[in-house]
Design a protein around this ligand. Structure first.
Ligand SMILES: [Zn+2]
Length: 279
């Protein structure tokens, strides 16, 4: 989510107020096929704003439609590139070519869609998203309630976008390490009995907000494929150090711990943690 927020902030000054004058789709699909009438719906419309829900960029158009762009694992928007690369799948011109934008995605896990803005609450990808970190809706009470009774590992449950919207794999490892919670515990164990908020939930809530705040401030994580929208590599380029992510076999950074970072796989994704201070 911090990466997507960085992209959103990067695109706003370039796109908002501009009219889309030409759209070229170089293939029929990304992760899913482009919807019918996608390029026709975009062409001629003016961008009036760019919002975000979790990892979905929501580009608002003056024709009542919203253009959704999810970057998947490797999607990148680049301003004023030539758009001729092998993995350049969508090419857009604004204001009769005064500005161009190219969507590049070599693994093609990205998603694009176009829908009536009025139907957003029913959209299959957007309906049921949980509260986002750093919002009023994201409270220790809400977090506890969504963990209650779930027997999956806390690591897996935190990645569920219905529990917290916008947390990716890297951040969940970081949050659990900072909160001192084992990724192997079940969500229900972390939540504790119904009623009062336990310290573990409080700490996890606090660290979720902090990790995301710091990541947004730094302009996104260190995912190797991530680049700022201007293609300069300035945004999101190793802006900060992770405490556990990608540090298998190295020493735990928690002061006085002395443990070693381990890597395990949960639900097909890597989890990095310290078995000494996360329990
Ligand atoms: Zn440790």
């Amino acid at each position: 989510m911090p990466e997507v927020e960085t992209v959103r902030r990067g695109l706003i000054p370039h796109w908002v107020g501009r009219r889309i004058s030409f759209v070229d789709l170089r293939r029929p699909d990304l992760r899913f096929p482009f919807p019918d009438g996608f390029d026709e719906g975009l062409t001629g419309a003016t961008v009036v704003g760019i919002g975000r829900a979790s990892k979905y960029l929501l580009i608002r158009l003056d024709n009542g439609l919203t253009w959704l762009s999810h970057l998947g694992m490797t999607g990148v928007w680049t301003i004023d590139a030539d758009g001729e690369g092998k993995h350049d799948h969508v090419y857009v011109e604004f204001d009769d070519g005064a500005l161009t934008a190219t969507y590049t995605d070599h693994r093609r896990f990205g998603i694009m869609d176009l829908f009536e803005t009025a139907d957003e609450t029913d959209h299959k990808l957007l309906a049921g998203l949980g509260p986002e970190p750093l919002t009023e809706e994201f409270t220790p009470e809400a977090l506890k309630a969504s963990l209650h009774g779930r027997r999956s590992p806390i690591k897996t449950v935190l990645l569920d976008q219905r529990v917290v919207a916008g947390l990716g794999n890297i951040y969940v490892s970081e949050i659990l390490h900072r909160a001192g919670i084992s990724p192997l515990k079940t969500a229900a164990q972390v939540a504790g009995k119904s009623g009062r908020i336990v310290v573990a939930v409080e700490r996890m809530w606090e660290q979720t907000n902090e990790v995301i705040f710091e990541a947004i401030e730094a302009g996104g994580s260190t995912i190797s494929d991530f680049r700022g929208v201007d293609g300069s590599g300035d945004l999101g380029y190793f802006p900060h150090q992770f405490t556990v992510f990608n540090r298998e076999g190295e020493g735990c950074k928690r002061e006085g711990c002395g443990g070693t970072v381990r890597r395990i796989v949960q639900s097909g994704r890597s989890t990095f943690y310290c078995s000494r201070c996360q329990n």
